[in-house]
Design a protein around this ligand. Sequence first.
Ligand code: ARG
Length: 273
Amino acid sequence: MRGPFARALTGALGLVTAVAGVVAGAAPAAADSVVVGGSPAAITEAPWVVALSSRDRFGGTRAGQFCGGVVVAPTKVLTAAHCLGREVLGGQPWQLRDFSVIAGRASLRGQGGQEVRIADTWVNPDYDPTTNSGDLAVLTLAESLPESFVIKVAARGDAAENPGTAAEVYGWGDTSGNGSYASSLRSAHVQVLPDAACERAYPDGFGGVSYRKETMLCAGDPRGGRDACQGDSGGPLVARGVLVGLVSWGSGCGQAENPGVYTRVSTVLPERL
Ligand code: ARG
């Protein structure tokens, strides 16, 4: 049976497949590997990482997790706009009566932390589902999370966005590229890559998705093997202690020649939430 993500990520996978079809000979994703090529992460060290959940839609085995998110204020969580698309949710976000974030819990099979209902959703009006540009949404929580969960967002032109900067990506997504979803939080060590690396991998004229440096950030492992993958979308890319990106898209997972593409939070997030 296709798991919840098969359904959850149709839209995103559609984009990925379109690209992969053109980038012929794409190698299978690294087998050893959030996140591929990652390792277990403690929620106490990354309290700003949350899971987006709806058991009604995605089933209870993994607490209904279908995307990641990041706490940027006690009642505000950033995620990817494509996570709230009709293809993922099967309708509008407010129609999912149990739509929540799970905070302070690393294991989706565990009980720790808290589940908080989503009171309101805002999808970036400039999000373009065809190009995937501006892939950001803001969730307003029904109750506040502790201030200690909040991570600072990079400012426009922050040095943390410079190529070569060490970064960490977090999520409960596919660890293999073959649909094996993590039940505990993982993180992978990557680096911010030059825009040229993603412009080369995802040039114009592929029909739909292509890399746009104004709204996207390129990151990965120059040797391949470490990357975000399906199910990690909306989750954080952190460098120098600040949030620089949200997992957005890529072709396959962990391939050296196809880096991960992230929402560039510093330019896409409005000044005032
Ligand atoms: N679109 C995927 C999702 O919805 C994220 C893919 C990220 N891929 C990558 N190779 N970095 O979960």
